[in-house]
Design a protein around this ligand. Structure first.
Ligand code: A3P
Length: 276
């Protein structure tokens, strides 16, 4: 809480900041890797120089909310270690962001994901780091909104509505669309970040490079993500790479659980124009 309070009162956004926002387990790791690789194209680096071979994507953009007071975040805020804007990340809902961010021209990218896949991904994650607990309990927590960083739906809808109000400053992406139309979505993301790809062959090659360098299979197989630890959170890096697919909930949720979540989704998204 101390860190969140400090983030809200002390954080000074810059106009060229890119703030990545998401509810946990909706594709944050992927989004950080994609944005990092888009920004790194300017460096014209070779694969062996790729910093993602040495650190998990979260280390490049640690969560400002819970880590604002850490040396790592403070250093990163002072010197992002790259030309261009700072890449920052938070799971806070839009209405909890520092007012300084909401009143600045800083760009916000949000990634959203199907609620049932988010829930199953989160259940696996906490099973791994906290020990096993029944899926029934995970469903209950999800539906009652008692979750780290608060309720799922309010988080997503807050960014969705803001992206409709301020499309030039807030971009709303979906994990499923990134999986289904990767080239198109990465082009959209890069244009939003102010680094559009050319429509010529070299642009296609750059899009391919960004997608390849950020791909689940590549990152999951890197030694750093197989056996490394994210020291700031004392978490094994492999907890961020499980399956990386759409619809995995079908293997874990009963039809009754799925029905309960679908009904809640319908209720919570009613009138918003958003489908997940
Ligand atoms: P699954 O548990 O369904 O496999 P977050 O990054 O917000 O914590 O979300 C984690 C989810 O994104 C996990 O989903 C993880 O496997 C998946 N993921 C991580 N890196 C990815 C990548 N590069 N491409 C696609 N999915 C990725």
């Amino acid at each position: 809480m101390q860190s969140m309070k400090a983030f809200r009162s002390e954080f000074q956004p810059r106009n060229d900041d890119i703030l990545l926002t998401s509810f946990p387990k909706t594709g944050t790791t992927w989004l950080i890797a994609l944005c990092h690789n888009i920004l790194s194209l300017d460096d014209d680096g070779k694969e062996e120089d790729d910093v993602l071979k040495k650190m998990n994507p979260h280390e490049l953009a640690p969560p400002l909310d819970v880590n604002f007071l850490s040396d790592q975040v403070q250093d990163l805020l002072l010197d992002p270690g790259r030309s261009g804007g700072r890449l920052l990340q938070t799971h806070l809902p839009y209405n909890c962001l520092p007012e300084s961010v909401r009143n600045s021209g800083c760009k916000i990218v949000h990634v959203a994901r199907n609620p049932k896949d988010t829930l199953v991904s989160m259940w696996h994650f906490y099973n791994k780091i906290l020990g096993p607990f029944p899926v029934e309990r995970a469903v209950e927590s999800f539906c009652s909104g008692v979750l780290p960083w608060g309720p799922f739906y309010e988080n997503v809808v807050g960014y969705w509505e803001e992206s409709n109000r301020r499309p030039k400053e807030v971009l709303f992406l979906k994990y499923e669309e990134l999986c289904r139309y990767p080239e198109e979505q990465v082009r959209k993301l890069a244009s939003f970040m102010g680094r559009p790809f050319s429509s010529m062959e070299d642009g296609d090659a750059e899009v391919g490079k960004v997608l390849r360098y950020s791909s689940f299979n590549r990152l999951k197989e890197l030694e750093v993500n197989k056996n490394g630890v994210w020291e700031l959170h004392r978490l094994p890096n492999n907890t961020f790479f499980r399956k990386g697919t759409v619809g995995d909930w079908k293997s874990y949720l009963t039809p009754q659980m799925a029905e309960r979540i679908d009904q809640l989704t319908q209720l919570k998204l009613q009138g918003t124009g958003l489908s997940l």
